[in-house]
Structures are given as structure tokens and as C-alpha cells.
Write a protein of this length. Structure first.
Length: 115
């Protein structure tokens, strides 16, 4: 792989990882908020962001647009070729975080219906 492709892939992996970290913060804040019953505007903003992310993933065939871009710079078959995560986590990322989001939404519904 030439230097330009290598540096472009590195930059995409870095950006992808930072976005992944951002969404972790969003999800874990939402989980915290529903557990301690501190439902505020940030929970609703978080739901909107996660739903928007889901729409983007659906538009791109269940793939992150950054993964589509990274394909230009790599023909790797590894699940983590485009992000700085362990391969097993990159492989199961959508299942893990979708499950977490659904659990958060169920807990949120119980909180809201319990009032």
C-alpha cells in the first residue's frame, strides 16, 4: 500500500474511532439517565442521534459511510480494517449497541409510564 493510501486509511480509522467513542458516550449517558431516572433533553437528543445514525446505516446498506470510503484504501477482509477496535468488537458492534439501545428505550418507557 502506498503512503497516501496508508495515511488516508489511518485518518479514516481515526475519525471512525472518534465517532464510535462519541456514540458510546451518548449511549452510556442515556443508560445512566434512565437508571437514575434523570430523563432530560439530552436523553431525547441522544435518541435522535442514534436514530439518525440508524437511518444513515440503512441508507448505506448497513455499513457506515466511512467504511464505504475506507474500502477505497484497503481490500482487507477484517471487520476492523476501518476502525481502531478489536476485530471481535468490530464484527459484533451493531448487535451489541442495538441491543443496548433497545434496552435503554424499554427502561425509558417504563420510567415514563410509571409517572
Amino acid at each position: 500500500m502506498d503512503r497516501t493510501k496508508e495515511s488516508n486509511l489511518f485518518l479514516l480509522k481515526l475519525i471512525h474511532t472518534l465517532i464510535w467513542l462519541f456514540f458510546n458516550v451518548v449511549l452510556f449517558y442515556m443508560a445512566y439517565a434512565v437508571v437514575v431516572n434523570k430523563i432530560d433533553q439530552y436523553v431525547w437528543i441522544g435518541i435522535g442521534l442514534i436514530l439518525l445514525e440508524g437511518i444513515v446505516l440503512l441508507i448505506f446498506g448497513k455499513m457506515c459511510p466511512l467504511t464505504v470510503l475506507a474500502r477505497r484504501y484497503s481490500d482487507s477482509t477484517k471487520d476492523n480494517f476501518d476502525i481502531f477496535l478489536p476485530n471481535w468488537l468490530a464484527r459484533h458492534n451493531k448487535l451489541i449497541y442495538t441491543t443496548l439501545f433497545v434496552v435503554i428505550c424499554i427502561l425509558l418507557a417504563f420510567r415514563l409510564l410509571g409517572k
